[in-house]
Design a protein around this ligand. Structure first.
Ligand SMILES: C[S@@+](CC[C@H](N)C(=O)[O-])C[C@H]1O[C@@H](n2cnc3c(N)ncnc32)[C@H](O)[C@@H]1O
Length: 261
């Protein structure tokens, strides 16, 4: 064990390189090898020193991502060869990032690891769209769920719990199932007029926020041709984008669409 290196499970944040933590940057600069996902932005990858080895395990043109059951042993093998291995992930490593599976695997093999939290998409993409996750009188509960389901599987979520009053629902990986998600929410009692938003490439120079209402969001998202990564947000707080939605992104569709109602 004493000969083994250490693995740092590091969150890179949602895209804007200025949202990288000081600790993440320090570790990146000192890494012998960096294993990174496709959601890590090019600007952040450019901060990796030339001398450090890089290992992409994310999807790129024409290539599939490396399966998780190959990433875990890869990290273990790299820790045997290098003192400092940075496992760099988009957002936060422990929020839909499978960082905890990697930590568990390494821990079981007595490889030392550290977890460096990153700013998760739910916090950053909404803030950059002028949407607060909570707001007095509008929302005091936040639900964060995954919208990733296989086509042949029922969506196994307690929709009624997610549609409660004064709450905000944030859906990661929901783009391909947006129609099913909207239908389930309305069936569970969420009014069709509930403000809803889809945020594409949040916090990057291509940040785009489409704000609408629950019963129209899916259609408008398809018409606008949004593509991943996209974060979905449902709840009264989306209305706040009318007031402060353009502080970061003047091209947002927010004002036009929410204002239409
Ligand atoms: C596998 S999850 C990883 C989440 C990440 N660990 C985090 O904490 O943000 C990928 C999903 O996160 C959301 N996401 C991450 N970065 C995003 C961004 N910059 N803009 C919009 N959505 C983003 C999208 O829903 C995307 O499909």
């Amino acid at each position: 064990m004493s000969q083994m290196g250490k693995v740092y499970l590091v969150g890179a944040g949602p895209g804007d390189p200025d949202l990288l933590t000081v600790k993440a940057l320090r570790l990146l600069k000192a890494a012998d090898v960096v294993v990174y996902d496709r959601l890590v932005s090019a600007e952040i990858l450019a901060m990796i020193p030339e001398k450090s080895k890089r290992w992409s395990v994310g999807k790129s043109a024409g290539r599939h991502c490396v399966p998780q059951d190959q990433i875990n042993p890869l990290l273990y093998d790299l820790a045997k060869r290098y003192p400092s291995v940075v496992r760099l992930k988009g957002g936060d490593p422990f929020i839909f990032g499978r960082g905890s599976e990697e930590a568990e695997y390494l821990g079981q093999r007595r490889v030392a690891f550290e977890v460096v939290p990153g700013i998760t998409a739910a916090a950053a993409c909404t803030a950059y769209s002028g949407i607060p996750l909570t707001h007095r009188g509008m929302s005091r509960v936040v639900h964060i769920v995954t919208g990733h389901f296989r086509d042949d599987e029922p969506i196994d979520l307690d929709w009624e719990r997610l549609t409660g009053p004064e709450s905000t629902l944030v859906v990661y990986m929901g783009l391909s199932n947006i129609e099913r998600i909207a239908e389930e929410l309305m069936r569970a009692g969420m009014p069709g007029a509930t403000p809803a938003a889809a945020i594409q490439n949040g916090t990057t120079p291509n940040h785009f926020c489409l704000a609408s209402r629950l019963d129209r969001l899916a259609l408008e998202v398809r018409e606008a041709g949004l593509s991943a990564p996209v974060l979905l947000v449902f709840g009264e707080v989306v209305r706040m984008a009318e007031v402060m939605g353009d502080w970061f992104c003047p091209t947002t569709l927010t004002q036009a669409l929410v204002g239409e109602r």
